[in-house]
Ligand binder design. Sequence first.
Ligand code: KG4
Ligand code: ZN
Length: 342
Amino acid sequence: MTTVLGIETSCDETAAAVVDDGHRVRSNVVASQIEFHAKYGGVVPEIASRKHIEVLNGVIEEAMSTAGCCRDAIDAIAVTHAPGLVGSLLIGVTAAKTLSWLWNKPLLAVDHVRAHTTSPAIGLDVPPWPAVALVVSGGHTTLFVVRGFLDIDRLGATTDDAAGEAFDKAATVLGLPYPGGPSIEECARDGDPAAVAFPRTLLGRESLDFSFSGIKTAVLYHVNGPGKTSGGLERMSPQDIADTAASFQQAVVDVLVTKIMRATARVCTDTVVLGGGVAANALLRKTLRHECQRRDLRLHAADMAYCGDNAAMIAAHGYHMLEAGQTADLTLDACATTEPRP
Ligand code: KG4
Ligand code: ZN
């Protein structure tokens, strides 16, 4: 058995986890900072990195004790080193390098977005590859073809806002609390998804890229009037707001599902996997399940515990890097963007 300690601090969640053999999770501790960022309507990078410093040691200790694990039982330490907020990444990378040196264990440098593609495989005895993977979060909306845990190629990505970012911005326009995804989802329950005809931007018949800036502006003008950016919300009834939220959510889900189906037609696979914070959205999960059933495709959506940022997926992905001999050394640095791959 190979046991990996994972550490994740790329954005506003401080997380640590202990995972056996890349898919059996012994502990998964996530300390969310949402309450500290909510009043600003988004993540404040300086606050995020300071909060990571305050809680990371305690989060790692809790992950170790919940797993019933001492340092001798850990075979390697995996950490998110890219992409993300560089000040936040640096806290996790520094902690992981320190433990690697102190405990004399291999260090694994994990790409956060690629780890999101591993999250739907957690708990599965048989890996789901090859598959089309959609990682849909606050920072990313990316389609991949995954042939193996480390054999991943990008098929398409957002050209502007990420889908989660669009949820967060639309929520702000509608006066709903941060983070916007869960609050739009809740508000949309009382709304009519066909009430407002928001655009479904598909970027041409062949494209596997995404664009969500148009729908964000469409929500802004729907609320305030054409060309206006404020003053309209007070005139909307709670039903108007719910209808707008439901119509927005439907439009985003339609685009995501359409692009996944395009990707499965392009790539020879009968399997779809879904990860990232927006993967927690019930309408997205339901619509995708339905479309996959219609086309005889298998769907593995990440468990709710592994949709948002977590360290179990970092440890799981790190395990496969360890198996492949892809270890890092103490010169490892944090990197705000994913290095482009050939
Ligand atoms: O993966 P994640 O925790 O962090 C990033 O890597 O970005 O994703 C956070 C994003 C936020 O934009 C949040 O609004 C969105 O995921 N989100 C949702 C839901 N829960 C979280 N979006 C739609 N529906 C949800 N239920
Ligand atoms: Zn993420």
